[in-house]
Ligand binder design. Structure first.
Ligand code: HEM
Length: 232
């Protein structure tokens, strides 16, 4: 009987605790531990804010309140988890801003290319670096969305200190932003899990196989490995 290798002893996973963008054997460290903690803090606080916000929004999702001990708990937990999410996104913005800077050649991602990526057809572009144009657009969209949710949420949190029209504006902006946000996250989760085998483990173990990097992020692969042989 053969036993699966113990991931805790994998040198690439050990290296991924502190380093990133390095090759270890036939793997590359894509997200070091700090990056993964930052990402999952945002994802977890987003999930709590979403699941506590939905039963406040409409009775259709009233059953979700039971997960948290009732609607009154959701009413205080929602703004606080939303605030934690916002600060997690502030950290994410600062953390990834440099990596996510759009390059001149990536402008064509605003259009058909973004749609193709969302439909998960592999984009054959020799110049794709650590993040592709679609990931960068997603990053800026969620950062902007988090700001919109926080500002509009504040209008709803302290309605008595503001004119009624402000509350109306808060409701419209909060609802539109969260619906767009939720749709974007559905695509993001799909692309980060089932659609691209090997991607999810970059946010759990921190590492990706060389073949994954070469297929999806060829320029990043070349920069890390120095292997610039053309793909066959
Ligand atoms: C269960 C939920 C989630 C899963 C499974 C997931 C998965 C992933 C994975 C695997 C990556 C790495 C992609 C790569 O290295 O190429 C990633 C990156 C990222 N995630 Fe998430 N994520 C989730 C929720 C969220 C949430 C709630 C946010 C923020 C609102 C978020 C924002 C990002 C951003 C900005 C990136 C970098 C850009 C990108 O790769 O698209 N994620 N996520």
């Amino acid at each position: 009987m053969t036993t699966a290798p113990n991931p805790a002893l994998d040198p690439a996973i050990i290296r991924a605790r502190t380093a990133e963008d390095v090759q270890v054997g036939n793997q590359i460290v894509r997200h070091r531990l700090g990056t993964r903690l930052m990402h999952w803090s945002a994802a977890l606080s987003f999930a709590v804010a979403l699941l506590t916000g939905l039963p406040i929004w409409t009775p259709i999702f009233g059953w979700l309140a039971g997960l948290f001990g009732g609607l009154s708990v959701c009413r205080w937990l929602h703004p606080w988890s939303g605030t934690i999410f916002f600060f997690a996104m502030v950290v994410m913005f600062a953390w990834w801003l440099e990596d996510m800077a759009l390059e001149p050649g990536e402008r064509d991602w605003f259009g058909k290319k973004l749609f193709t990526y969302m439909m998960h057809e592999t984009i054959d572009d020799w110049m794709i670096g650590k993040y592709n144009g679609g990931q960068k657009i997603f990053f800026f969209a969620v950062c902007l969305g988090a700001l919109g949710l926080m500002l509009s949420g504040l209008l709803l949190w302290f309605p008595e200190s503001l004119p009624p029209a402000w509350r109306g504006l808060g409701i419209v902006v909060h609802e539109i932003t969260f619906i767009l946000f939720a749709v974007a996250i559905v695509f993001h989760v799909y692309l980060g899990t089932g659609a691209e085998p090997g991607t999810f483990r970059s946010m759990t173990r921190g590492t990706v196989p060389l073949s994954w990097a070469r297929l999806h992020h060829p320029r990043w692969y070349r920069e890390i490995t120095g292997d610039d042989r053309p793909r066959t």
